[in-house]
Write a protein that binds this ligand. Structure first.
Ligand code: AFD
Ligand code: MN
Ligand code: MN
Length: 429
């Protein structure tokens, strides 16, 4: 396997920190043991945890106003995979990559699959793109795609989604994620029922092309690029569409696609309870779809989301949603942000796994709200960093991924091989 960061450097860095880690780990193990929790089970859970990387996330994002490219930005899907391999090698929590077509369309899917495999990577859900026009396409998506009033536009968008499925089959993917920008900017611009009917018809046609072992994931978003109405605006529309479309068609929750203060963890519980929760895009937000780094604003919300996921998994062991980071890195090195974010998501998962569920159930039954929330806080307030560090140390990752990455000089090296691609346009991720 090709290792982008010298394994000697990783081992050397880990060796310097092993004594401190062992002391911290043993202290945490003793503390957990007093509550009958076996630290090794949590470390195993951390080792098995995985969240996919978005291929487009390794480039610097941007806003409607500007994009400030960083040094050594990847220019091709191969270079993007090289960066993803660094993230996986050091974080050991991101073994798959989610592609966006046409941004990442491979000339030779078998070659791309081999290239990824050689770097310890595989492919997660495929993303179609009918929110932008491409140079070679006959119809424009200016007024929508799968829901457009014109049949020719809808057909073109359907055909694109089916092509993405075909590519995904060749790459070993098992899911298609569909997010459309379709919506309207003016009251009266769009007939709500007709556009949703078009969506349902288009989704069913795409679903019919889905392999039997695939899922189709519908991503809702409250606003943007349409600012008055969006066809798949909320989890209710997403649920209805998924239910109408077929059994393997599920809803995908992007944490940034809700109004501020919405109780997302309850949406998670609802969708899970009715067998329609298919996946997540992790990020954080303060005001809207800010695509900030996961856990950077509200780590407690992330923990509460995982509380529902862990709880449902205990009830339904076959539950296996698709997890992906979907962030825009405007001011950081994307490799660093993605490593840090993967660990934040993993941390929320481990803390949620720590909650004393039988104690919580008792407090719920006794209508003891103070102690019920204290049971959650007891898990949330615990520092589980030694568990994450130990999981990485045992699997060849870095105890401190950011420090090891900085020491490796990777960014400066690739900057020499990847000349800057130009000025600052606006960015879309
Ligand atoms: C959108 C959605 C969706 C889509 C992405 C495009 O989050 O996941 O694929 O941006 O970059 O807001
Ligand atoms: Mn998303
Ligand atoms: Mn988004």
């Amino acid at each position: 396997m090709t290792r982008p960061i010298s394994t000697d450097l990783v081992s050397e860095h880990n060796r310097q920190q092993e004594a401190a880690l062992t002391a911290d780990y043993d202290a945490l193990a003793a503390k957990l043991a007093r509550h009958d929790v076996d630290i090794e089970q949590l470390t195993q859970a951390a080792t098995g945890f995985a969240v996919a990387l978005p291929s487009w996330g390794v480039g610097t994002g941007g806003t409607r106003f500007a994009r400030f490219p960083g040094p050594g930005e990847p220019r091709t899907i191969f270079e993007k995979l090289d960066d993803c391999a660094v993230i996986q090698q050091l974080s050991q929590a991101t073994p798959t990559v989610s592609l966006h077509i046409p941004w990442d369309r491979p000339k030779d899917p078998a070659e791309l699959k081999g290239f990824a495999h050689d770097r310890g990577l595989a492919f997660d859900a495929m993303n179609s793109n009918t929110f932008q026009d491409q140079a070679d396409q006959a119809q424009s998506y200016k007024y929508g795609s799968l829901t457009h009033t014109s049949e020719a536009v809808r057909e073109q968008a359907i055909k694109h989604n089916i092509e993405v499925i075909e590519l995904g089959k060749a790459l070993g993917s098992k899911a298609l994620t569909v997010w459309v920008g379709d919506g309207s900017n003016f009251p009266g611009q769009q007939h709500f029922r007709n556009s949703f009917s078009h969506y349902l018809d288009s989704a069913k046609t795409i679903y019919n092309a889905l392999p039997k072992d695939w899922n189709m994931l519908l991503e809702h978003k409250m606003f943007e690029p349409a600012f008055y109405s969006t066809v798949i605006q909320d989890w209710g529309s997403s649920y209805l569409a998924a239910k109408e479309t077929g059994e393997r068609c599920l809803s995908l929750v992007d944490l940034g696609h809700h109004a501020p203060n919405v109780n997302i963890e309850m949406i998670v519980a609802r969708l899970a309870q009715f067998g329609k929760l298919g996946g997540f895009h992790f990020n954080d937000s303060k005001y809207g779809d800010d695509d900030l780094d996961s856990g950077s604003i509200d780590p407690y919300q992330l923990f509460l989301v995982f509380l529902e996921l862990v709880d449902f998994k205990a009830a339904e062991p076959s539950f296996a949603p698709f997890y992906m980071l979907d962030q825009s890195h405007n001011v950081t090195d994307p490799v660093e942000s993605l490593m840090y974010s993967a660990a934040e998501v993993q941390r929320a998962f481990i803390k949620a796994s720590l909650v004393d569920r039988s104690q919580l159930a008792q407090y719920q039954a006794d209508n003891d709200p103070l102690m019920a929330q204290a049971t959650l806080k007891a898990a949330f307030n615990l520092d589980v960093e030694p568990i994450l560090q130990m999981a990485r140390n045992r699997t060849g990752g870095a105890i401190d991924p950011i420090a090891t990455y900085r020491k490796s000089g990777y960014r400066a090296n690739v900057a020499k091989q990847r000349p800057a691609s130009g000025g600052s346009g606006s960015g879309i991720v």
